[in-house]
Design a protein around this ligand. Structure first.
Ligand code: SF4
Length: 342
């Protein structure tokens, strides 16, 4: 396993040839394992209620913002719009409120989403194994859960109250999701919160241990960068573009088969530059407000973070084709993850 000191050295090496050599190797491995395919997905926010207080997030429980939670009819409208844009892989998101968006509400959302999308994933509050099993049986394919930072001290400084303040419960979430039968699990860190080499080393160790224990799960990783909310910057350890690209390349070298996701938090230019270097999945046409596609204008509410790449799905598809990539809207087949369910 690569050591913290090696990762630190690679990330802090500013020589152009180091970056270029990493990029060449990452590109070759990505083509070998994934060809020139890029899967596309879109987020759909169905609630911004949250009972946790994370200092860097616009949805936190102490922020006086307007709160919304979509009804079944509103979800249908949003989902129908996204499906009309060509999206077949939807990521349903909420803030983390177990009381206001309980598993029963999520189950209803998944049931509706399955009317529109062949593949449905969730990025919501962490749950128990039994709850994941229930959601898997309802049709959930994937779970996204980021540890944000693996530095316990820093974790406690930025996660002040609520379920998210429980480091260990969050750390165990990928394992509980796998035990619940979930086929695809996305893990990650929020770049900008803590010292990056340390966090990256810990993420790699967490991922490696998951791969060993649940080899039937399909893993992916994400490296969202802490973004300003309404212009206010929260990053205490900012990660520049070159370091960001190196993180993607390094991850590809160490985990040739693991998917790498890239969201519209990043700007159009950087996203286009990442193509071929390791990224295998991108969000497209994203809106990070509740009901933001069809129900309310973004000005009416506070998004979780500011979207940088505002291109519509069709524009991204065209861009990918022009660069000789194959945009994939569904690469999905419902298969078990190898865990025997009771
Ligand atoms: S990061 Fe998640 S848990 Fe934390 S405040 Fe935002 S929505 Fe809530």
């Amino acid at each position: 396993m690569i050591l913290f000191s090696q990762i630190k050295d690679i990330l802090s090496d500013r020589r152009r040839e180091t970056t270029e050599s990493l990029a060449r190797e990452a590109q070759a491995l990505t083509e070998q394992y994934f060809g020139r395919t890029i899967s596309l997905y879109a987020p759909i926010y169905i609630s911004n209620y949250c009972s946790s207080w994370c200092t860097y997030c616009g949805f936190h429980s102490h922020n006086r913002i307007q709160r919304f939670k979509l009804t079944a009819e509103e979800m249908r409208r949003e989902m129908s719009f996204l499906a009309g844009e060509g999206i077949e892989n939807a990521l349903i998101l909420t803030g983390e409120s177990y009381n206001l968006t309980p598993p029963s509400y999520l189950k209803e959302a998944v049931g509706i989403a399955r009317e529109f999308f062949p593949s449905v994933s969730l990025e919501v509050h962490p749950m128990t194994t039994a709850e994941y099993r229930d959601l898997f049986e309802e049709g959930v394919d994937g779970i996204t859960v980021y540890q944000e930072t693996y530095d316990r001290k820093r974790y406690a400084q930025v996660h002040l109250t609520g379920t998210k303040a429980d480091y260990d419960f969050r750390y165990g979430t990928p394992e509980r999701a796998a035990q619940g039968g979930v086929r695809s699990i996305a893990m990650g860190i929020l770049l900008g919160l803590s010292e990056v080499a340390q966090d990256l080393t810990a993420l790699y160790a967490h991922l490696r241990s998951m791969e060993k224990r649940f080899p039937g799960v399909e893993y992916s990783v994400s490296f969202p960068r802490l973004k300003p909310i309404k212009g206010k910057d929260f990053a205490s350890c900012p990660v520049d573009d070159v370091t960001f690209l190196k993180i993607i390349c390094l991850t590809r070298l160490l985990f040739p088969r693991v998917g790498i996701n890239l969201s519209t938090r990043e700007g159009m230019r950087l996203r286009d530059n990442c193509l071929g270097l390791g990224v295998t999945r991108m969000s497209a046409g994203s809106n990070t407000s509740v009901g933001g596609y069809t129900l309310r204008s973004p000005e009416e509410q506070d998004p979780q973070f500011d979207v940088e790449d505002r291109r519509r799905v069709a524009e991204i598809v065209e861009k990918l084709k022009a660069r000789n990539f194959d945009p994939v809207l569904t690469d999905w087949r419902r298969i078990p993850n190898g865990v025997t369910l009771p």
